[in-house]
Each structure stands twice: as structure tokens, then as C-alpha cells.
Design a protein around this ligand. Structure first.
Ligand code: TXA
Ligand code: MG
Length: 322
């Protein structure tokens, strides 16, 4: 574990310096609209290897490459299937990751040896400015240690990765709060490989029926969608606020538990707004994790829209503690 600290720079003013670090093969954590990413030059195998080392990420879990602009996609990968192009056109910049064939320019370590690659254009101006200034595609997983809570603030990155990252661009809390939706639209019917910030309903409205084929620990579809993931250090269980809270913490959707004297409570959205709840999810879990409770009980949210992705994260966090 590292004990030093990275250089934390404001996202708007630190871009030139951060881009220079990327070009030199170093690691930069930066905000996207979903979560903070841990970026490296996606054309540089050694730089990509540093990501796996910094995160203690297994080599079988491929990275997402980020572009500054949708117009940069053909230059990197050549022509893409019409359905892929249509989704990029409709949802980029935005929280949608698309699967394309891996071009020769992307070293196999980035895709964990797969002949496909994941790519997206983030909807966060500083992220796009950083990628444009670096002048290369930027491979970036979420900027947390493997399996742990995703970072939605620069402070989460610093606490989790320490000086394993050279520079952290601080752009404040991220807007969406959960990761991008991953879609493989190369075949006859688009397949959702990971539920995320772009609701399945929005995909269906744009392209018609989609298949949701989520991974489990046995046979992950997106290799990183393991059954156990996104976990706090404190054991987490899905359920209602039954019994006495005691030294336990409660993650509520809309309302604090009426009774039970819980040691710590986080409410995701008093208005019952799932978008707000998603934006607060990981921040609330980070706080409950730091509250010194013996267990976190998390209330599932309605299984609709981005609520499906929230429940997915909670189920995987809970699976870690089975
Ligand atoms: O919102 C996001 O997607 C964030 C920000 C930083 O862009 N990134 C992110 O990366 O969540 P990460 O590494 O935490 O998750 C990437 C997921 C993993 O589940 C991985 O298995 C999957 O993408 N993936 C990457 N390449 C793939 C491929 N060629 N085929 C299928 N799944 C792939
Ligand atoms: Mg991740």
C-alpha cells in the first residue's frame, strides 16, 4: 500500500500538466460524468500495465478506452457496424460504452487479450479536454482498487489509491455517480453487458429491443462484472430496516427508518428520484463504510430506469459478503 499522496489539481487548470503525465506514460485520475477514471495512454502497453498494478486488477479484466470526440472513433477503429454507429451518434458524449473490434494500435493488454475493445466518449468537458490535450485514446477503469467502492469524488481516489497515481484532477462530485452502461451492438440485437447510468429504457427507445445479459462470477460477460464487486469494507446486506439498528448502518432510498436507533443512516433521495439516488450511491456507501458500523443494511430501490443499475451494484456489493 502506498502512503504518499498524489498531486491534486483543479480539473480545469490542471489539464496541461495531466496531459503531459499521460503522454509520458504516467497515470492520471480524472472525473467523468459517471465515476472518476484512472487513466493511461491506451496506445502504450507499459502505461496500461501500470493501471493493472495500481488497482491490483486481475489481468483478465479489460479496460475501457476513452475518446475526446465521437468523430475520433473511425480514425482509431475504422468503420463500425451501423447499429454501433447509431448508438454512438445518439448517446455520445455520454454514459454509454460500446464494444468494437480491437484495432492493431491498441495493445492486447488493454483488452486483456480480447479481439474486441470497449470505448466511450465521456460527457464531462474536463475529461474530453484532457484526452484531446493528451492526443491519444485514454484507457481508464474506475479509479478504485479492484472490487472496492467506485470513486465519485477526488477524495475517494486519494484515499483509495494514494500515490499509486501521479496526478488527480479534482472536478468535484460526479454527476451520474455510477458507471456507464456497456452495450455490444455488433450483432442482430444489442446486448447490455453491464447495467449503468444510461437506462435500458433509453436504449430501447433509441434502437428497439435489447437483451440484458449480465455477468456472474462463474461466467462474466463483461469480464469485470463479477458477482462480487463494488464492495465496502464493512459487510453489506440487502434488506429492510427491521429490528434494532444498534451499531449497524442503513442505506435508505427515500426515508430514514421510523425506529431502531441506527448508528448511521444515509438517505439517497427524499424525493424518490432515482437519478439523484444514483449520483449519491457510492458517496453514501463511502460514508457508511467510514462510520465504524458493524454491518450496512441497504434497502433496494425500485427496479426501473437507473434503479436497475443501482440494485445491480448493491447486489454485487452484498455478494462479496456471502
Ligand atoms: O463509467 C465508466 O465506464 C467508468 C469511467 C471511468 O468511464 N469506467 C469503468 O471502467 O467503469 P471499469 O474498468 O471499472 O469497468 C469496465 C468494464 C469491466 O466490467 C470490463 O470487463 C468491461 O468494462 N469491458 C472492457 N472491455 C470489454 C470488452 N472488450 N468486452 C466486454 N466487456 C469489456
Ligand atoms: Mg470498476
Amino acid at each position: 500500500m502506498s502512503t504518499g499522496s498524489p498531486r491534486v489539481l483543479p480539473a480545469d487548470r490542471g489539464i496541461a500538466e495531466a496531459a503531459a503525465v499521460l503522454r509520458a506514460g504516467g497515470l492520471v485520475a480524472f472525473p467523468t460524468e459517471t465515476v472518476y477514471g484512472l487513466g493511461a495512454n491506451a496506445l502504450d502497453a507499459e502505461a496500461a500495465a501500470r493501471i493493472f498494478a495500481a488497482k491490483a486488477r486481475p489481468s483478465f479484466d479489460p479496460l475501457i478506452s476513452h475518446l475526446a470526440d465521437a468523430a475520433d472513433l473511425p480514425g482509431l477503429v475504422g468503420p463500425v457496424p451501423p447499429a454501433v454507429a447509431a448508438l454512438a451518434e445518439r448517446f455520445w458524449p455520454g454514459p454509454l460504452t460500446l464494444i468494437v473490434d480491437r484495432p492493431a494500435a491498441i495493445p492486447p493488454i488493454v483488452t486483456s487479450g480480447l479481439d474486441t475493445m470497449a470505448v466511450r466518449v465521456p460527457d464531462e468537458p474536463s475529461a474530453r479536454a484532457l484526452i484531446a490535450a493528451a492526443g491519444v485514446p485514454v484507457a481508464a477503469p474506475s479509479a478504485n482498487r479492484f472490487g472496492q467502492l467506485s470513486p465519485t469524488r477526488a477524495e475517494h481516489v486519494v484515499a483509495g489509491l494514494g500515490d499509486a497515481v501521479e496526478v488527480v484532477l479534482d472536478g468535484g462530485p460526479t454527476r451520474c455517480g455510477i458507471e456507464s452502461t456497456i452495450v455490444d451492438a455488433r450483432g442482430a440485437r444489442p446486448v447490455v453487458l453491464r447495467l449503468g447510468a444510461l437506462p435500458v429504457e433509453a436504449l430501447i427507445e433509441a434502437v428497439g429491443p435489447v437483451e440484458v445479459r449480465q455477468g456472474s462470477s462463474g461466467q462474466p460477460v463483461a469480464p469485470g462484472t463479477l458477482a462480487a464487486h463494488y464492495a465496502p469494507r464493512t459487510p453489506l446486506r440487502l434488506g429492510a430496516a427491521d429490528g434494532d439498528g444498534g451499531r449497524r448502518g442503513f442505506l435508505a432510498f427515500r426515508e430514514r427508518p421510523a425506529a431502531g436507533d441506527w448508528a448511521a443512516v444515509e438517505v439517497l433521495s427524499r424525493e424518490g428520484d432515482l437519478t439523484v439516488a444514483a449520483a449519491r450511491l457510492f458517496d453514501a456507501l463511502h460514508r457508511l463504510d467510514a462510520a465504524g458500523v458493524t454491518e450496512i443494511v441497504a434497502e433496494p430501490v425500485p427496479e426501473v430506469g437507473v434503479g436497475r443499475a443501482i440494485n445491480d451494484r448493491l447486489r454485487r456489493a452484498a455478494a462479496t459478503w456471502h
